[in-house]
Design a binder for this molecule. Structure first.
Ligand SMILES: Nc1ncnc2c1ncn2[C@@H]1O[C@H](COP(=O)(O)OP(=O)(O)OP(=O)(O)O)[C@@H](O)[C@H]1O
Ligand SMILES: CC(=O)C(=O)O
Length: 632
């Protein structure tokens, strides 16, 4: 009995957890719909910022659905066919059942099959079909024909995030990086001005549009990065092991005896016995005591300290929130420019994500939030953070300072698993191809690092200095693309659901069913997921099917955001209002992008009725091109 109760409790909590991510995405889609009509931008905004936000929101809204009905009004009667039909009448139920069977003998199907072989030949010749929608790797005719059998080799599942900076912002370089495989452009507000980032967002959008590619923009907030202050005459200070030194939050011209650490709550938060790490952990102090506005410390690992070096407090529970005033200004820009993701730095716990979400909402926006795990505090609060965030980043740069190096790979694995449980994307970041900042080839260890992140099911891997300031930004993206493709080519089948979730959610059950169908039927060319909020494509991505996931959506924001989801090929489609139109839109999207041929078979998953916002409750084995022939 006790066992039964505890199993039920676990199941219920899992249901709550799974639906939390779903509710967030659904809420977001609702926001898209209502943004132009109801809630106005924050009353606190005025002038050009208000106008920019209104214009941005109007374009955001135009991508949204025309109608929305809360999921609580949806039929919830499980797998009953009637619940999958728009009106649920017996005739419609029958038509749906008829339609969802594979009608191999049907005349329309027969015609389509005949048409398909010539279309396939045509497409095998027209190899440019992969360009513009899938990462553009030059294929020979023979390679492409082989790949064509399932489309898998054409698709790189693990996505590439590239940080933009002086090395990558010339438009020609940016274009070349997109062609080499960049899926997400990261802008780091720790560097450059907000205006330069605004221009960069617009440039990425313009070039991506010309290239016909879904490229998401991720704005990485600087957060409360703590640094040492200026030094006397700008010189490096020689801190000798064993020496005593005073640190203070007051701005002073630093000397070997006393220098600044730019953290207002220094003497309140940091207590005797705790360590302070300077310059990425190269220098270590231990706090002896507080003395007025100073902390008296002993240097336990000495070195030369240049001005404005990074500071970490691995043993201190810092009380300063993750969002600074400058971050709030960056968020206003992000909302005005409809940035696709915002990354919050130095997150401590879930409250930092809630604060960022509230700040975005107050600006009239709704942008998915990526929590950067780079503090020991965040590692300790990982579960609550991933439950609240829309994505997560293994920010190994700062994390590797707060934790001993041997703990970083362990935490990487733990963070990826936590993201999988919550069905949110995870980015593995920092020093992935670091040596390519200076050299045209990475080290063997770096190549292995990228491959391992792929095998661990990261949704994306990230380039930082390699593309921001490196000598070989395009080559770094191309190299990452090649390493991932090789790694994916030899990876075994991915675990179903990677060990998370139970079959207690309709959307999840549909995703698993689609995965199993493509696993058992090699003729299935992929899974076409019609998605309005992006959630069902994301969910599909998290069960790792062995086939491409075509994320078909009419919302441009969703189209771009799906660029981050592992294994998803985002395709922009038209808005639909009925099931017939939905199937025709899928056919059009797949055929016009030349992802498949007429007559090819795909699994279609969607949420019906079309005009409601609900669970992914529909699955159909579909022959591409047949939708036009349905006479309902
Ligand atoms: N917009 C930019 N303008 C100028 N330099 C940049 C820009 N973005 C990045 N860089 C440079 O590229 C380097 C690597 O970029 P990255 O975003 O990883 O910075 P970081 O300071 O190491 O990371 P973080 O701030 O996230 O801890 C930076 O140290 C900086 O020198
Ligand atoms: C990306 C980042 O901020 C880090 O690795 O610390």
């Amino acid at each position: 009995m006790a066992r039964a109760i505890s199993a039920a409790t676990v199941s219920a909590s899992r249901r709550v957890r799974m639906s939390k991510a779903k509710v967030r995405w659904s809420r977001r889609q609702e926001g898209v719909q209502t943004s132009s009509s109801q809630a106005g931008p924050s009353a606190a905004m005025s002038g050009p910022a208000l106008a920019a936000t209104r214009a941005a929101r109007a374009s955001f809204a135009s991508a949204g659905p025309s109608k929305w009905r809360p999921s609580s009004t949806m039929p919830r009667d499980g797998w009953g066919w009637s619940s999958m039909c728009e009106a649920g009448s017996p005739q419609e139920s029958w038509r749906m059942v008829h339609m969802t069977l594979r009608d191999g003998a049907g005349t329309a199907g027969g015609r389509a099959r005949n048409a398909s072989s010539s279309a396939r030949k045509r497409n095998s010749r027209a190899l440019s079909w992969s360009r513009g929608t899938l990462p553009s790797v030059p294929f020979t005719g023979a390679q492409a024909r082989r790949c064509y059998s399932r489309g898998m080799s054409m698709l790189r599942r693990t996505k590439i995030v590239a940080t933009l900076g002086p090395a990558s912002l010339p438009p020609a370089t940016l274009r070349a990086m997109m062609r080499a495989g960049m899926d997400v452009a990261r802008l780091n507000t720790s560097h450059g001005t907000l205006e330069s980032h605004r221009e960069a967002v617009r440039l990425v959008r313009a070039v991506a549009k010309e290239e016909g590619r879904p490229v998401a923009v991720l704005l990485d907030l600087a957060g409360p990065k703590i640094r040492t202050g200026e030094t006397e005459g700008g010189r490096a200070l020689e801190l000798r092991t064993g020496a005593t030194v005073r640190v203070t939050a007051e701005p002073v011209a630093g000397t070997e005896e006393r220098f600044t650490i730019g953290y207002e709550r220094l003497t309140e938060d940091v207590i005797a016995g705790e360590r302070i790490l300077l310059d990425d952990g190269r220098i270590e102090l231990r706090v002896v005591q507080r003395d007025g506005d100073d902390l008296v410390c002993q240097v336990t690992a000495g070195g030369m300290l240049a001005p404005r070096r990074g500071v970490h407090f691995p043993e201190t529970a810092l009380t300063a929130p993750a969002l600074t005033e400058r971050d709030r200004e960056a968020l206003a820009m992000a909302v005005a420019e409809c940035v696709d993701y915002v990354a919050v730095s130095f997150v401590r716990d879930a409250s930092d994500i809630e604060a960022a979400r509230a700040a975005i909402a107050a600006l009239g926006g709704d942008i998915p939030i990526v929590a950067k795990i780079e503090r020991k505090q965040a590692v300790e609060h990982l579960d609550e953070i991933v439950a609240e965030a829309d994505g997560v980043m293994v920010a190994r740069g700062d994390l590797g300072v707060e934790l001993p190096p041997e703990e970083v790979p362990v935490q990487q694995r733990r963070i990826i698993a936590a993201a999988a449980r919550e069905m949110i994307p995870v980015i593995t970041a920092t020093q992935m191809l670091e040596s390519m900042i200076e050299a045209p080839r990475p080290t063997r260890a770096e190549a292995s690092d990228v491959a391992n992140a792929t095998w661990e099911f990261s949704d994306a891997v990230m380039l930082s200095g390699e593309t921001a300031i490196g000598k070989y930004p395009v080559e770094a993206v191309a190299m990452m693309d090649r390493i991932i493709r090789q790694a994916e080519a030899v990876a075994g089948p991915a675990p179903e659901g990677a060990g998370y979730g139970e079959h207690d959610d309709h959307s999840y059950v549909v995703a698993l069913a689609a995965r199993r169908i493509v696993a058992s039927d090699p003729n299935m060319r992929g899974i076409a997921c019609f998605t309005r909020s992006g959630y069902s494509a994301l969910l599909m991505s998290k069960v790792h099917p062995d086939a491409p996931i075509f994320g078909v959506t009419h919302a441009e924001t969703v189209y771009r955001r799906l660029a981050l989801a592992r294994g998803v090929v985002p395709i922009l489609s038209r808005a639909v209002t009925t099931t017939d139109e939905l199937l025709r839109a899928i056919d059009e999207a797949l055929l016009s992008g030349r992802f498949v041929d007429e007559g090819d078979e795909v699994v279609v998953v969607a949420s019906l009725p079309v005009r409601a916002q609900g669970t992914t409750n529909f699955l159909k084995l579909h022959r591409v091109g047949d939708a036009a022939a349905y006479q309902w």
